[in-house]
Design a protein around this ligand. Sequence first.
Ligand SMILES: [Zn+2]
Ligand SMILES: [Zn+2]
Length: 346
Amino acid sequence: MLIGTPSEQTEKRAGGGAAREGFAAKPGVAAHRQSHIVWVLRSIGGWFDNKVVGPAANPDAAEDFRVDWYRILPFMAMHLACVAVIWVGWSPIAVGAAFAMYVIRMFFVTGFYHRYFSHRTFKTSRVGQFLFAVAGNSAVQRGPLWWAAHHRHHHRVSDQEDDRHSALQHGFFWSHVGWITSKKNFATNLDAVKDLAKFPELRFLNRFDNVVPVLLGVSMFLLGVALEGWAPSWETSGFQMLIWGFFISTVAVAHATFSINSLTHMVGSKRYKSTDESRNNFLLALLTLGEGWHNNHHYYPGAARQGFYWWEIDITYYMLRVLSAVGLIWDLNAVPPHVRDANHLA
Ligand SMILES: [Zn+2]
Ligand SMILES: [Zn+2]
């Protein structure tokens, strides 16, 4: 029978001879400590440079489902920072900034991280592509290649065992926030996004994916400081603008986005016959500017619109139409009517 800590047991299994000589436990503990320190350093390094974490760049190779607590300290701190609203208070300008930053950045996530980078449902220039990637990156949902690679994988194996955020397979909590905080899912599988990874500027942004968020947070703070001096009657401050305009709106965008991974595979109605549990959900479509039409989207992911009928409100699509009208993007893919009207469940 093996007695001792798990690492001591491993040591005994691996090197029985050494264990009999009575000094097996110490090297086992030392090795464990050493690998723990390496993990901590790599995780903290990942705050600044993604390349430090997951050299294989292939999440399929890593089977570690544990939460990377050190890596997600900034993510947790972001949530904790929202509590500071108790001390900074509120003002119409700060709450307005939070709302505006929510809508704008939700649009950049849905319109570009999702409908452009993940699904290529329309075209833009190389400069436009980079600027929209920066805009999407400001929502603090990691880099465009990471986002698109994981999302394409989700569509390939939706609600099957290998789906990284299937509520059906792994439950609500894992599908909402567990998968995104686990060691397994920090690396970017570049093979899944070869069409995007060929652009060095996108690889750079993906590697240093916290630069844009930090710059945005600092800008919000400085805007508050400036307003305090220029327009004292607005009664805001640097910290108030930082908490509302950056932290609260970022956390709200994050959880609204996560709800598409979790809730739209659980709650809502199904229009199309599909092999997964994707649903259409009006409330989530409003909150996420159109992404709640998730059953539509899984049925035909190649369309720039996800509300397939006029009554299915899809604000992202309306905004994409505006960008198309002014020439910043073009060739928006439509859903063919014969495809849209076929395969209905009832
Ligand atoms: Zn889905
Ligand atoms: Zn999708």
